[in-house]
Design a protein around this ligand. Sequence first.
Ligand code: TV7
Ligand code: CA
Ligand code: ZN
Length: 395
Amino acid sequence: SASCVDGGKRRVSYYYDPGIANVDYGEGHVMVPRRVAMTHALVSSYGLLPDMKRLRTRPATESDLRAFHGASYVELLRSINPESYRLNLDQAKTRAEERGVGRVKTKENGDNYDNPVIDGLWDYCLSYAGGSLAAARALACGESDVAINWSGGMHHACRAKASGFCYVNDIVLAIQRLLARFRRVLYVDIDVHHGDGVEHRFRREPRVMTVSFHRYDGVFFPTTGEAADVGQGEGLYHALNVPMKAGMDDEGYLNVLFRPIMARVMEVFAPDAVVLQCGADSLSGDAIGGFHLSVKGHAACVAFLRSFNVPLLLLGGGGYTINHVASCWCYETAVAVGKEKEIPDDIPYHGYEHYYKDQGYKLHYAVDKKNGRKDVSGLEKIKQDALKNLSMLRP
Ligand code: TV7
Ligand code: CA
Ligand code: ZN
């Protein structure tokens, strides 16, 4: 629109629950919720907190979760703990494992420990879902232009099943809340994994468009999200998937795919609100992602969507090299408030500075250039597929 002013100020709300620092998926697990506490410490010592409104919020309630999740699944999450699971009280083991929680046996892969029964599981779920709901509320009532919850973004959780480290789907809950106020909601997912849980929930819903950029090669989790997956029924062509091979770098991701595709999406779908899942596992050097985006490249996605001046909800997601994650989400917080040019590259003292030794105590670390993708022609085909699917949506 004519009113888009990149450098302009926005009213930003920021949600943070310090309880996240004590959530532990277990020794050796790749998901480390403490990365959100590291992000917060960095945001705070860079002096960004006074530029935002801190959301005081209550945890989600059981009935909030029931707006998407099944009653017996919610009951399972509420009642299970490591002790009842271990002792198999009330067949706790079977009830949990049927719903993806605990040690789950898989045909092909042996045991899967992705979604362990952890201490404080219920409080953790209520906390991150409560954050995303509060953030959605701040946008819906017009109090904020941008709202942030780095603890949210758990895009794989299903109605009655945990998946991919996600127990409750805070994104679905937040979008449902936004739909009460806004006619059309756009969901964009830059986590390296396919945003399957969100896409599935809204696959028949024309008021929600879901767009996921992800690694896709037939085996990479969750193995869905091919270009031909476009939504169903009334929601046909309201799901858009941009599948890529490992090795994507800033140039290919941003200039060939993200910006041209999202410019067209904004034009043809014309959303009234945007939800951006900012999974940081698409960054270079991530422990499981295999992409090569820089922090500035990743944040350029945030800046691009912010420039359209539509209410914007920023959520976390994946991210498994935790110093990189904290750098990224801190820098994106600066982008949200319009101060990314002002924050120095030297990491301030904030209690976690020792994590940044290998990157010379700098916010922006060097990306792994030699493993970057070379064949831009392959990307042109991916872009053409996406634009063709978009051409089926009438503006
Ligand atoms: C949003 N990849 C979530 C991404 C979820 C990815 C997976 C792991 C993993 C889990 C561990 C662990 C790991 C080094 C990595 C199908 C299997 C294949 C095991 C033999 N280390 C998000 C989920 C994905 C758990 N899961 O999008 C405990 O990696 O690929 C799978 C599942 C079955 C089980 N087998 C692997 O980023 C937040 N898990 C170490 C300890
Ligand atoms: Ca994605
Ligand atoms: Zn991911």
